[in-house]
Write a protein that binds this ligand. Structure first.
Ligand code: CA
Length: 233
């Protein structure tokens, strides 16, 4: 079995040791960094499969580390899980908007972190595989070239904006998108839309999706995500 290389960036020693120990036990190869600059250097040199990145770090904070790595073609595909303080939803939003792939709030249990790491690794594999024109999730089928959406055999009458939102969320099921990211995905076509009107669009979309509407989940204080696809690869 191939070992998976994970970079852990955290300046608090007890958390670092706890996470290190648990990842090691699960046979991950663990690289460590305790400040932002070292994190960027190690990530660029070692190209880990995943990075667990704390927000509060000496020298360079986690947001800047994330932004730098996501802007570097060499490292931009490495999934990043941000560690944020409990109740700091703004940090979560900021993290996602600089390109983090997921987040976990402190304090957390090793079990939760391990589950999250596995989910993110699985998702980033799935994303690569699902880059085709038609994709199916649960009972939903989205045809990108024809811009049509079906639930079982019934076609949904979606507006341009609704289709864009559904497509954005569904193509990366399980990933959380902030309202800002949803707005950005639509803006390209001159459609005036604000953060708040995203909520209205989602309400309409869920209504049109009928019994499948629950597949779009609200992530309180942060944004929306499409329920993770649980069908095996
Ligand atoms: Ca810290």
């Amino acid at each position: 079995m191939e070992t998976i290389k994970v970079l852990l960036v955290e300046d608090e020693e007890d958390i670092r040791e706890m996470v290190h120990f648990n990842l090691f036990k699960e046979r991950y190869q663990v690289l460590l960094a305790s400040d932002g600059q070292t994190a960027v250097d190690v990530a660029t040199k070692e190209l880990p499969e995943l990075i667990v990145l704390d927000v509060m770090l000496p020298k360079m904070d986690g947001f800047e580390v994330c932004e730098r790595l996501k802007n570097d073609p060499q490292t931009k595909k490495i999934p990043i899980i941000m560690l944020t303080a409990k109740g700091e939803e703004e940090d979560v939003i900021k993290g996602l908007e600089v390109g983090a792939d997921d987040y976990i709030t402190k304090p957390f249990s090793p079990k939760v972190l391990l589950a999250r790491i596995k989910a993110v690794l699985r998702r980033s594999k799935n994303t690569v595989k699902s880059q085709k024109n038609v994709f199916t999730l649960n009972d939903i089928r989205i045809d990108l070239s024809k811009r049509k959406t079906f639930i079982r055999d019934t076609e949904l009458k979606l507006t341009y904006t609704e289709f864009q939102i559904l497509h954005l969320l569904a193509q990366k099921s399980g990933w959380v998108f902030t309202r800002g990211q949803i707005v950005d995905s639509i803006r390209g076509e001159n459609h005036a839309i604000t953060d708040r009107s995203v909520d209205v669009q989602i309400v309409n979309l869920r209504k049109k999706m009928g019994d499948q509407g629950h597949l779009i989940e609200t992530v309180r204080g942060v944004g929306y995500r499409f329920q993770e696809n649980v069908t095996p690869l």
